[in-house]
Structures are given as C-alpha cells and as structure tokens.
Design a protein around this ligand. Structure first.
Ligand code: ZN
Length: 72
C-alpha cells in the first residue's frame, strides 16, 4: 500500500531524498527550494515543515533512497 503527497507516491516506512519548496508567501523562504536528503515517509506521507514559518512545504521531487539507511 502506498500513499500520495503533492502528486508523488510514497511507500510507507521508507526513507526518501526529497526536494521541497516553501509556498507560504508570508515567509522569508517563499519560493525557495530545499533538499532534504533523508526523510522518513511515516505511513506514506513525508512531513516537511519550514524551519521559519512552520508551514508544510510542497514536495517538488522525491527519490527513494537505495539502499535504505540503517536506522536502529
Ligand atoms: Zn516558510
């Protein structure tokens, strides 16, 4: 089972390298993109918040990490 977020399909409980963009026009980061190299998908929807405004950021690219990182 997989879920989608911002048009991307994510496997649950999986790590992804994602690119996100801040779409909050009131934020100093508005329109900027950031790379998040190791984001956990949780139940299938990675959650990435802006460090400035705290709003969820829009996912513009996503790559499943291969191999998956070892997290213990
Ligand atoms: Zn922001």
């Amino acid at each position: 089972m997989s879920a989608t977020a911002d048009g991307f399909t994510f496997d649950p409980f999986t790590y992804y390298d994602i690119t996100i963009r801040d779409d909050n026009s009131a934020c100093i980061n508005y329109g900027q993109t950031f790379d998040a190299p190791c984001v956990y998908s949780n139940a299938g929807v990675p959650r990435v918040q802006c460090g400035r405004c705290g709003k969820p950021m829009t996912i513009t690219a996503a790559t499943r990490l291969d191999p998956q990182p070892e997290m213990s």
